[in-house]
Design a protein around this ligand. Structure first.
Ligand SMILES: N[C@@H](CCC(=O)N[C@@H](CS)C(=O)NCC(=O)O)C(=O)O
Length: 289
């Protein structure tokens, strides 16, 4: 292993150069808006400002499931926030998420708008609002929330740790890749063991815990993230693969994955969703044709 480095940290860190790697243009050590920009508002009760990354997909999975169950109040406009272009630093977006990260939701169904940020909080908000996908029986609810919060705490090691150093950093650093590959494989094994004993994470039913975990760890198992399937030997996690396929076959999950998606097959990209019919008529292949 390469141990040496010619870098000695100074007494005080200063922002004197870009951090390097992909996304260096949007990394800054300060919060707050960089420019004035109002957010658009559509006709539906729920306004989602997002992008089709794993964190964004968690919410569209939930919204599409709620609509499939017949909850009309879950109708939503999904607006595209292009984070690579710094749209998360516009004043309107910062007003609904001071943390400047997608996804962010505004519920306009009541007398005054309610903002919700952090994907886990959005899932809980929607689950409680519609009384769905969050068990009410105390033990199953505890299990569901445990896995939901497990995801919130664990995925930064997968994305900000492993994904960053394996795929995006300007140099391949063996120490960093080893450290995070080890942790991500451990996390996959945690899930694999749970899914060996239980159909879904919280038990017999599909819940917001699965919706939070699937876009990250299901996506990893299906080879959608970081081109790392072979490196991490994801096919070995049989129960994770079984569960990932089960969720992936749900019509609402298929639709949820398409919303605000800006890469992949043009027919799988629905940049903005303002109507249920958009899945048929507004995908990129149709718009370009
Ligand atoms: N803990 C947050 C993480 C959200 C997050 O990291 N979003 C990324 C995209 S997946 C983002 O907006 N990045 C833009 C930036 O960091 O400036 C959540 O779960 O909502």
């Amino acid at each position: 292993m390469t141990e040496s480095t010619d870098y000695t940290p100074p007494k005080v860190w200063t922002w004197n150069k870009p951090s390097g790697g992909r996304f260096a243009n949007i990394n800054r050590p300060i919060a707050g808006p960089t420019h004035d920009k109002d957010l658009p508002v559509g006709r539906h009760p729920l306004q989602l400002y997002s992008l089709g990354t794993p964190n964004g997909v968690k919410v569209t999975l939930m919204l599409e499931e709620l609509l499939a169950l017949g909850h009309k109040g879950a109708e939503y406009d999904a607006w595209l926030i292009r984070i690579g272009e710094g749209a998360q630093f516009g004043s309107g977006f910062v007003a609904i998420n001071p943390n400047s990260k997608i996804p962010a939701l505004v519920d306009r169904s009541g007398s005054s708008p309610i903002r919700v940020f952090e994907s886990g909080a959005i899932l809980m908000y929607l689950a409680e609002k519609f009384g769905a996908f969050l068990p009410t029986e105390i033990a199953t609810r505890a299990e569901c929330l445990s896995w939901l919060f497990w995801q919130v705490g664990s995925a930064p090691y997968l994305g900000g740790g492993f994904g960053h150093f394996y795929a995006y950093a300007p140099a391949k650093i063996e120490y960093a890749i080893d450290r995070f590959a080890m942790e991500v494989k451990r996390q996959l094994d945690v899930l694999d063991r749970r899914l060996a004993e239980s159909e879904y994470l919280a038990g017999r039913d599909y819940t917001i815990a699965d919706m939070a975990v699937w876009p990250w760890y299901g996506g990893l198992a299906k080879g959608w993230l970081y081109g790392a399937a072979e490196f991490l030997q994801v096919q070995d996690y049989k129960n994770v693969n079984r569960w990932a396929d089960l969720i992936g076959s749900r019509p609402a999950a298929k639709r949820g994955r398409m919303v605000n998606r800006v890469n992949g097959e043009p027919s799988s990209q629905l940049h903005e969703r303002h109507d249920a019919g958009d899945f048929e008529s507004k995908t990129q292949d149709k718009l370009v044709a």
